[in-house]
Design a protein around this ligand. Structure first.
Ligand code: COA
Length: 337
């Protein structure tokens, strides 16, 4: 743990990125054999062509591999990490937290760590939490990880949900900067707990502990009223993205990329349209990974940065909507060369 007693205003900026997507591909053609669906329906209704499945291991493996990728590529000693925040809804266990398992797997022996549960908005909530820890001046290296093994809670006999989700992990490193031109500049985060009914897992928690009955009733899988979620997600993600633009006097030409949560291409398109953004200013990889819940946004950031598309000085708007309901947006200026 490190401290910073300087009185200068600190800002948090992303100084490293990493990702891990398992090798095994589950494409639409294969899903056609499992449920009554077809490639054309899935592509046109969601934008998804294939997703990745983790065959051996758990969410902590996805997160640890993403973190290791980041540490190696950016030459960071794991012992220098102060805090690890893991956003996930598919923890390895109820306890201890997945962050504790990742801390051990990557050898970040000086870090304290905790999980954060905000479903598809998890990465944004975790990024803001990490930002606040940096801005407080107390910590110098905060690892923010989004990781979900969604295949662990997907019912592959339910065509409404099994086409949507995939497994992946991704990570960013936050560090302080006194350079006012870069870093995490603003966030708007929202919750409406009345949305619980439309998207949740029915059993396994203290409200309805696991039993023979809950297993037989398939209550340990994702339950989603897709139509209801679609409606509020379109409005929620677009509203909050426009709100953060207006709050920060940003015009569409000031924005290099919208980095949206990858749940459905139609939700993404509607958000970009409301923001006045051309399609080439929107990061997309839903076609290859599907909805990886907390991992989607850092996965997009990592791929676009490594492809040389996100450059120093670029203004990014991150936006997400998910179970809870939870939703929000974050405005940052990219500071990594
Ligand atoms: N293959 C073929 N047909 C399917 C299907 C599938 N995989 N899934 C559903 N259908 C059928 C439905 O049964 C329905 O048939 P019916 O009209 O005979 O009843 C028809 O397709 C339309 O279903 P509907 O649910 O209205 O489709 P949709 O256009 O809303 O798309 C989702 C469904 C799930 C893709 C969409 O609602 C969605 O993306 N919702 C939000 C997802 C989300 O953001 N979730 C997580 C928050 S992060």
């Amino acid at each position: 743990m490190s401290t910073n007693k300087s009185n200068n205003k600190l800002r948090a900026t992303i100084t490293g990125v990493g990702m891990y997507a398992p090798e095994k591909i589950l494409d639409n053609k294969t899903l056609e054999k499992l449920v009554d669906t077809n490639d054309e329906w899935i592509r046109t209704r969601t934008g998804i062509k294939e997703r990745r499945i983790l065959e051996d291991g758990a969410t902590s493996d996805l997160g640890a591999r993403a973190a290791q990728d980041l540490l190696e590529k950016h030459n960071v000693d794991p012992k220098d990490i102060d805090v690890i925040i893991v956003a996930t809804v598919t923890p390895d266990y109820f306890f201890p937290s997945t962050s504790c398992l990742i801390q051990n797997k990557i050898g970040a022996s000086n870090a304290w760590a905790f999980d954060l549960s905000a479903a598809c908005s998890g990465f944004l909530f975790a990024l803001q939490t990490g930002t606040s820890l940096i801005e407080a001046g107390r910590y110098k290296k905060v690892l923010v990880i989004g990781a979900d093994k969604m295949s662990a809670i997907v019912d592959y006999t339910d065509r409404n949900t099994c086409i949507l989700f995939g497994d992946a992990g991704s990570a960013v490193l936050l560090e302080p900067t006194e350079d006012e031109s870069i870093g995490i500049k603003d966030s708007i985060l929202n919750v409406d707990g009345s949305g619980f009914e439309s998207l949740h897992m029915q059993a396994g928690g203290s409200a309805r502990p696991a039993s023979v009955e809950t297993v037989q009733n398939k209550e340990h899988f994702i339950y989603q009223d897709g139509k209801a979620v679609f409606k509020v997600a379109v409005k929620g993600m677009a509203d909050v993205s426009v709100e953060i633009m207006e709050k920060n006097n940003l015009k569409s030409e000031d924005i290099a990329y919208l980095v949206p949560h990858q749940a459905n291409l139609r939700i993404i398109d509607a958000t970009a349209k409301r923001m006045g953004l051309e399609p080439e200013k929107v990061t997309i990889n839903i076609d290859r990974y599907g909805n990886t819940t907390a991992a989607t946004i850092p996965l997009c950031i990592t791929e676009y940065y490594r492809d040389g598309k996100i450059k120093k000085g670029d203004n990014l708007i991150l936006a997400a909507f998910g179970a809870g309901y939870t939703w929000g947006s974050i405005y940052l200026t990219w500071g990594l060369d």
